[in-house]
Design a protein around this ligand. Structure first.
Ligand SMILES: [Cu+2]
Length: 165
C-alpha cells in the first residue's frame, strides 16, 4: 500500500463519508422491526398459549419490557431453564435486544406466554399484540395463530394441550 499524504487524506475522507452513511443521526430512534410473529393454537379450556416472534434492531440497544393482547388476561415474558432433566419455563423481567442485532423468541427458548385466554386460539386467526420497549416505545404486531404442530417444538416447551401452569 502507498502511504503518500494524498492517500491518507483520501482514506480519511472516505472513512468520514462511509461513517455518515452507516450512522445516520437518527439511528436508534425507532430501529425495532418485528416479523414471523405467531402464537400456537389451543384446545378449548386450555388456559395459556405460547407466542413467538423475531425482533430485529437496527438502532441502539433496547429491551422488551412488556406485552399485552386482548385475547388474554396477561402476556408474560418467559425463558426456559433446565431443572434436572426437564425444561421449565420461568418468567423474566425483560428481553435484551442488542444494538444492530436480533432476538428470536421460539419454542423451547425465550417466548411470550398468553396467560388466561378468554377464548381458544384457532389456527388461521390473527390478533394484535402490543410490545413495549424501553427505548422504542410501543410496537403493534399481528400474531398469526398456527396449528399446534407448527415448527414442531419437540422440546416439550408448552407442547401438551392443557399445559403445566
Ligand atoms: Cu411460558
Amino acid at each position: 500500500m502507498l502511504r503518500s499524504p494524498l492517500n491518507l487524506l483520501l482514506s480519511a475522507c472516505l472513512a468520514l463519508l462511509l461513517g455518515a452513511i452507516v450512522n445516520p443521526p437518527e439511528a436508534g430512534a425507532a430501529g425495532i422491526g418485528v416479523h414471523d410473529a405467531w402464537a400456537r393454537a389451543t384446545v378449548p379450556g386450555q388456559p395459556s398459549a405460547g407466542g413467538f416472534l423475531v425482533i430485529e434492531n437496527s438502532g441502539q440497544s433496547d429491551r422488551l419490557l412488556a406485552a399485552r393482547a386482548d385475547v388474554a388476561r396477561a402476556v408474560e415474558l418467559h425463558s426456559m431453564v433446565m431443572q434436572g432433566d426437564t425444561m421449565r419455563m420461568r418468567r423474566i423481567e425483560a428481553v435484551d435486544v442488542p444494538a444492530g442485532g436480533a432476538v428470536e423468541l421460539r419454542p423451547g427458548a425465550l417466548h411470550l406466554m398468553f396467560i388466561g385466554l378468554h377464548a381458544p386460539l384457532n389456527a388461521g386467526d390473527a390478533f394484535a399484540l402490543t410490545l413495549r420497549f424501553e427505548r422504542a416505545g410501543e410496537v403493534v404486531v399481528q400474531m398469526q395463530v398456527m396449528p399446534m404442530g407448527h415448527r414442531g417444538s419437540g422440546h416439550g416447551a408448552h407442547g401438551g394441550a392443557a399445559g403445566g401452569k
